[in-house]
Design a protein around this ligand. Structure first.
Ligand code: SF4
Ligand code: SF4
Length: 487
């Protein structure tokens, strides 16, 4: 027995074309293989069998491709492969770049899937006051990242306008003093936007993002606004900011507004109308985001939720429709695809914090609640809103930056979202491009680690990756997808 093992070892050592560690998955009749450098290739069943046995023949038509992609152990081009790995993992040496400020929990909408823990517009004691906002800006500027983004969220952040305004002015001043480049972003439902507010936001170079769930009836079904028409407000102000962007007033940068699509059960089957709505408004990016069973969405899951298979089918139909529109000259891109493809074919980190390894909790983002409590991320803050402080990493008044970012909670999120330590992920062909979410795992499965074999988010990601890799095999689709990544 022992002799056989030794013989096998000698044989494998001697094999000139042995494969290094790789991941694989059978899709259709073929095999997709990938490695930690982020390279991938397709092999038919016979070629895969030879490859796995270290018997790929040099005359094999895939041999050159396997060499160039780091799949032949003793023919690795280390400088090329190391630069691919480093590009894909550039976030590892940086620090939290995204700082989410919850300016208020108050909101005048009652969206079916709201994750933000919003409460009624007239509620008291849930606005961020000026001392907390100032202290939070000071805290955020201590990041080790070379630059930072402060994103103002809520509730509806415009309901706390005076503090928001003061915070923006202070943050811009701090940017000048520190020399650290600052981006400012606002996520708003636009319901209390005015021309004066818009002008102030433009002059201070704030990028604007809203929610847009599709045509008027669908949007309003998801995003309930008892005092008005949510869809019409979104359309009106998206047009306003798009127009200003096109004119590019002198003296300051004006960003193109963006919108987020949250897919509810009501969206299924309506992909064409939704994408047409985006295209009509001149929005080139559609970010097809699945629901998570967190916050209100968990309570109404039976009504608005869906299975991973249902979402995957919707995603496929949407992507195929967008590819079709691209062929007719309509420039529309699916944002999730773009961010994943940046890693798959661009070999760079797209900044998508939930799909990093380890994930962005504390090392990529920090969420600041209205009262100065800080969390690993906005989703972690949401768990606290439900009464569980597991993801709290400190308070801007009581804790130092160093203490907060190196606390056990932050480390636990890092460890549990490191894919090489996740039993299922460590063998998964999609792991070089994927990420797990400890908050999702905790909420859906009761532990930071979760169990990927029965994890809804994992099933959904497997579906999306399967679609993207299959599209990349088709030369016409690949050409369009490559352009999406370049733009
Ligand atoms: S825990 Fe989840 S939501 Fe929070 S940063 Fe990580 S992946 Fe994102
Ligand atoms: S989460 Fe699922 S799809 Fe992603 S690497 Fe892990 S097992 Fe693969």
């Amino acid at each position: 027995m022992m002799q056989n093992v030794l013989k096998a070892r000698v044989k494998s050592k001697a094999a000139p074309i042995a494969p290094p560690q790789f991941y694989w998955r059978k899709i259709g009749g073929d095999y997709l293989i990938s490695n930690d450098f982020g390279c991938h290739a397709w092999l038919d069943a016979a070629a895969f069998k030879r490859f796995r046995a270290g018997q790929t023949d040099k005359k094999d038509k895939v041999f050159e491709e396997l060499v160039s992609k780091g799949f032949i152990r003793n023919m690795l081009d280390f400088s090329d492969l190391a630069s691919k790995w480093a590009g894909k993992n550039s976030h590892l040496t940086v620090g939290p770049g995204l700082h989410i400020f919850v300016m208020t929990l108050r909101c005048n909408h009652k969206c079916l899937y709201c994750q933000s823990g919003a409460i009624g517009q007239s509620a008291k004691g849930t606005d961020m006051n000026w001392p907390t906002a100032k202290k939070s800006v000071d805290f955020a500027f201590q990041t080790t990242a070379p630059g930072l983004t402060i994103e103002f969220q809520g509730g509806e952040p415009l309901l706390n306008w005076e503090v928001l305004k003061k915070t923006i002015i202070y943050a811009r001043k701090k940017e000048k003093l520190s020399g650290k480049p600052l981006s400012l972003a606002l996520v708003s439902n636009f319901s209390v936007m005015t021309v004066e507010k818009a002008q102030f936001l433009l002059e201070n170079e704030i990028s604007i993002c809203t929610s847009l769930d599709g045509p008027v009836d669908l949007h309003n079904k998801n995003r309930i606004y008892p005092r008005g028409n949510s869809a019409l407000e979104a359309r009106k102000w998206l047009r306003y900011f798009t127009l200003r962007n096109a004119k590019q007033a002198p003296g300051y940068r004006i960003f193109k507004p963006s919108a987020l699509l949250t897919v509810s059960r009501y969206s299924l089957g309506r992909h064409k109308e939704i994408i047409d709505e985006y295209a009509c408004l001149g929005l080139e990016d559609v970010f097809i985001r699945p629901l998570s069973p967190i916050g209100y969405a968990r309570n109404s899951w039976g009504v608005i939720g869906y299975t991973a298979e249902e979402f995957t089918a919707f995603y496929r139909e949407s992507l195929e429709y967008m590819l079709k529109l691209n062929r007719t000259g309509v420039p529309v891109r699916e944002k999730m695809a773009v961010m994943l493809l940046e890693k798959i074919i661009g070999f760079r980190d797209s900044g998508y914090l939930d799909m990093r390894c380890p994930c962005g909790a504390t090392v990529g983002q920090i969420a600041y609640n209205h009262n100065g409590d800080i969390y690993t991320c906005d989703e972690g803050r949401m768990v606290a809103w439900e009464g569980d402080e597991l993801f709290k990493i400190g308070n801007v008044f009581k804790d130092s930056y160093k203490k907060a970012v190196s606390c056990p909670t932050a480390k636990s999120c890092l460890a549990s979202s490191e894919l090489h330590l996740q039993p299922e992920c460590s063998r998964c062909v999609y792991s070089p491009y994927c990420g797990v979410c400890p908050v999702y795992n905790y909420e859906a499965q009761g532990s930071l680690w979760g169990n990927m074999l029965t994890n809804g988010r994992c099933a959904l990601m497997k579906g999306i990756f399967g679609i993207l890799f299959s599209k990349l095999r088709n030369s016409k689709d690949r050409e369009i997808l490559q352009k999406w990544v370049k733009n």
